[in-house]
Design a protein around this ligand. Structure first.
Ligand code: ADP
Length: 434
């Protein structure tokens, strides 16, 4: 197959920060080529060097070693062919929406007379028709971000870089802006040749990009480079989409075992139904936060137990839960938090719910419970029905523990509700986006 021209190439890029004994490698030996017509997502836990890499790509920062090659030539200084959209775009509050875009056109040297019609056209393309005379304070977060996109577009960048562009928006605005950007991109209505987007949202990366580059930290490096060959517009609920999401979660969680060995099977299926470890999500949070905040990567389990004043039984249940959910790995008496576990510990409450929901949907017991609930006419089930089914798999005292854990985890992730001995499907649990 004929390949498109390479737009930007990173050759053995490394970046060190700090001095003397505090010097460390933020990113090490990154080699990456981005070709024309590619939409690449850079995914990884915070601190893995995504923003550093983005600044290096556009020339805002010179790497400690290595070279950025743009269209075959070493990049010197800031790349005039690139633009960055940040998480929250700094608009000039004293200028109108139209003037905010005109400023960017002026900086590009566009003659006076051409600025206004061009700015109006750009605002129209991002869906801000009619808001030209509004001031930034009158706009919602989503609309302000659209002005940011229009401004980035004003410089007609060949390479559009996006640094977590949707993460400061509420869920609905983020989703509509993602759709609009994809329409502009796939419709070929912008002169942009390639997009590089930093995100730590797995579903967002797979929803938008046609290539996902996964990074890990300490030192920041590329651990996977995956083509996403799903046609646009993508359906978050389609099996190939969810399989891809699971695959990337697996990489970030560091799993190597085949899923059925690791997770067990669902009740009624041949094979062993794996009991959920009896651990509450709040207890799990405490241990993950401790691991994430303590200096170092790997800890002796019994030191963790002492620090957190846990008896060995509670500790085992918690480490078991952390492993099952992909938040930590345990080997030879040591526990290590995974990038996914770090992302979970650092996320907002909503972010945690989303991560947990995606993880729980993979667990056979949850898959089974959700299928049962959806099959029930009113999307609700009496606890007794679930209990009876579980009794075929587990001893009576274990059934009670499984019920408790299903309720605790399912409620936290807002997949299910439980009230007065009845299970319900949370209304948006099927469509929830990360
Ligand atoms: P990410 O965007 O993936 O969260 P960053 O590129 O912001 O990662 O940071 C990577 C690592 O480098 C982090 O440990 C961060 O604290 C450190 N870092 C980033 N910028 C600087 C800087 N200017 N000086 C020192 N350390 C930095």
């Amino acid at each position: 197959m004929e390949q498109n021209e390479v737009l930007v190439k990173l050759d053995d890029i490394s970046q060190a920060y700090g001095r003397g004994s505090r010097r460390f490698m933020a990113i090490q030996d990154i080699n990456l080529a981005i070709r024309e017509s590619e939409f690449v997502a850079l995914l990884g836990p915070s601190g893995c060097g995504k923003s550093t890499l983005l600044r290096i790509v556009v020339g805002l920062q010179k790497p400690t070693t290595g070279q950025v090659i743009y269209r075959g030539k070493p990049l010197q200084g800031v790349n005039p062919q690139a633009a960055i959209v940040f998480q929250t775009f700094a608009l000039f509050p004293w200028l109108t929406v139209l003037q905010n875009v005109e400023v960017a056109l002026e900086a590009r040297g566009l003659p006076d007379k051409m600025r206004t019609p061009r700015a109006v056209d750009l605002l129209d393309r991002v869906g801000l028709d009619g808001f030209e005379t509004a001031y930034p304070r009158e706009l919602s977060g989503g609309m302000r971000q659209k002005v940011g996109f229009a401004r980035a577009m004003a410089v007609e960048p060949e390479l559009l870089c996006l640094d977590e562009p949707f993460s400061a928006l509420d869920m609905l605005s983020a989703e509509s802006l993602r759709g609009e950007l994809l329409e502009l991109w796939t419709g070929g209505n912008i002169p942009t040749k390639a997009i590089l987007m930093v995100t730590h949202n797995i579903e967002e990366a797979i929803f938008m990009a046609d290539r996902v580059v996964v990074m890990d930290k300490a030192p920041g490096r590329v651990v996977a480079d995956l083509p996403i060959e799903l046609p646009y517009p993508r359906n978050r609920k389609s099996p190939p989409f969810t399989a891809m999401v699971d695959h990337v979660y697996g990489i970030l969680a560091g799993h190597t075992e085949p899923e059925h060995v690791e997770l067990g099977t669902a009740p009624g299926e041949p094979g062993h139904t794996r009991a959920l470890p009896h651990a509450s999500i709040n207890e799990l949070m405490a241990i993950l936060e401790w691991l994430e905040e303590s200096p170092g990567d790997q800890f002796d389990i019994y030191i963790v137990a002492e620090e957190l004043r846990l008896d060995s039984d509670s500790l085992l249940r918690l480490t078991d839960a952390a492993e099952l959910l992909g938040f930590a790995t345990v080997a030879q008496g040591d526990i290590t938090i995974t990038p996914l576990g770090e992302a979970f510990a650092e996320a907002s409450i909503l972010g945690r719910k989303d991560i947990l929901a995606t993880r729980l949907r993979r667990l056979p017991l949850f898959r089974w419970l959700m299928t049962l609930l959806r099959a029930a006419g009113s999307q609700q089930l009496n606890a007794k029905v679930v209990e009876t089914a579980l009794e075929l798999e587990f001893a009576p005292e274990e059934v009670a523990r499984q019920m408790e854990t299903l309720i605790n985890w399912g409620r936290y992730a807002e997949l299910i509700a439980y009230d007065d001995e009845v299970f319900y499907v949370e209304p948006d649990s099927a469509t929830k986006v990360a």
